[in-house]
Design a protein around this ligand. Structure first.
Ligand code: ATP
Length: 255
């Protein structure tokens, strides 16, 4: 039995009279890639936003590494080990790629947040460890060769990888990837699927929302399927691909 690092229990989220999520439960295990799929409006973004703390949940429990996080503010959840990316690239154009990743590291360190960028208030040894960590992240996200470029000048695909790099910088237990393949072409999707597997192999669990089914089926260890805010199936990619309920609600015959 694998240990759940993230546990979602009986999650409900309503917006006024709209029940966006109803009684949703699932686990993300250590070093596992879990896919969350479903038709438009089925509640995927609401689930991710509930986990990340964008708004209060209506009821249920979210546990990360054994600690309840559903009452915590967004930044506290990041400090506890839950980080995320967004559907559209949200980056700071004037920073260099390296500075951008360094800023993401600050949630887990004790020096002044801008010490690495402006060279103030450094603690012995901390900067060296930080530099090694940033190097590793730039390496696995394929951004090393543009580390000194301004974020506003890199390609849109590189900006999407930078969002993942910045989310990794806080050393999360779980990273939430919200439609990471949006706008990527075939060879960039291959780089992305390699990256997602590397993240898992380095020990961070991944929860990925994605409409690109080939990518989901290739990278995921398990998949949860939503429809009308409820879980309609959970299983391996093979089980999901052949599940008649999922084919009927979402995949169609082509999957
Ligand atoms: N802030 C909000 N206020 C009111 N209703 C909302 C809000 N956010 C989401 N909803 C509703 O909740 C339901 C689930 O939406 P959600 O965006 O989570 O679905 P989704 O699966 O992510 O869809 P998509 O694949 O199109 O991004 C929908 O009926 C949506 O209209």
């Amino acid at each position: 039995m694998t240990t759940p690092v993230l546990r979602v229990e009986s999650l409900c989220k309503s917006f006024g009279g709209v029940h966006a999520i109803r009684d949703l439960s699932f686990d993300v295990s250590e070093a596992q890639i879990l896919g969350l799929i479903g038709p438009n409006g089925s509640g995927k973004s609401t689930t991710v936003n509930s986990l990340a703390g964008l708004f209060p949940i209506t009821s249920g429990a979210i546990t990360l590494g054994g600690a309840r996080i559903d009452g915590m503010a967004e930044y506290d959840r990041v400090a506890h080990g839950l980080s995320r990316t967004f559907q559209t690239a949200s980056t700071f154009a004037e920073f260099t790629v390296r500075e951008h990743v360094v800023l993401g590291c600050n949630v887990t360190r004790s020096s002044h947040p801008l010490s690495s960028v402006f060279g103030i208030g450094r603690k012995a040894g901390e900067e060296e460890a930080l530099a090694r960590r940033v190097d590793q992240i730039l390496e696995i996200t394929d951004l090393m060769q543009v580390q000194d470029h301004r974020v506003g000048t890199i390609s849109s695909a590189q900006q999407r990888f930078l969002m993942i790099a910045t989310a990794l910088a806080s050393n999360p237990k779980v990273i939430l990837l919200d439609e990471p393949a949006a706008g990527l072409v075939s060879h960039e999707r291959k780089t992305l699927s390699d990256l997602i597997k590397k993240i898992r192999d380095l020990g961070t669990s991944v929860l990925v929302i994605e409409h690109h089914m080939a990518l989901i089926m290739e990278v995921c260890d398990r998949i949860v399927v939503l429809n009308f805010g409820q879980k309609i199936a959970e299983g391996t990619p093979e089980e999901i691909r052949n599940n008649p309920v999922v084919i009927d609600a979402y995949l169609g015959e082509a999957a």
